[in-house]
Design a protein around this ligand. Structure first.
Ligand code: FES
Length: 128
């Protein structure tokens, strides 16, 4: 299996790994077939326009190299975005950002998107 340079970089040196104490929202998803688990922590604040933005984001992933790289790339992409923009991040964008994933590993990118969207949905439910 061939990983892109960018996947290997993110795997070796993951960004935003860890947890946020007092997170405003947490999303957690698991993949039933491989057993991997991904957790996304969000800290939300308002920008000058009064829009809610992702001020800080961290991840904890018990999973394969692709899942860790996806989590790392996803947090970099989502940080600073409004919640509306972050909801629009797709698995295809993450795969593209990583310079591709081996076909057998593309499902791993779903975990990241699902965990992020779940955290935002939970936040929206508890604040609206
Ligand atoms: Fe399970 Fe990658 S093999 S997330």
């Amino acid at each position: 299996m061939q990983y892109s340079k960018k996947v290997i970089e993110h795997f070796r040196n993951p960004h935003n790994q860890g947890l946020i104490k007092n997170a405003d929202a947490i999303g957690q998803v698991g993949n039933l077939s491989c057993g991997d688990i991904m957790k996304i922590y969000l800290k939300i604040s308002e920008n000058k326009k009064g829009e809610e933005i992702i001020k800080d984001i961290k991840f904890e992933t018990l999973g394969c190299a692709a899942a860790i790289s996806v989590s790392s790339a996803l947090t970099v992409m989502a940080k600073g975005k409004t919640l509306v923009e972050a909801m629009e991040i797709t698995k295809d964008q993450i795969v593209k950002n990583l310079g591709g994933l081996p076909p057998v590993k593309v499902h791993c990118s779903m975990l990241g998107v699902e965990a992020l969207h779940q955290a935002i949905e939970k936040y929206n439910k508890s604040h609206n």
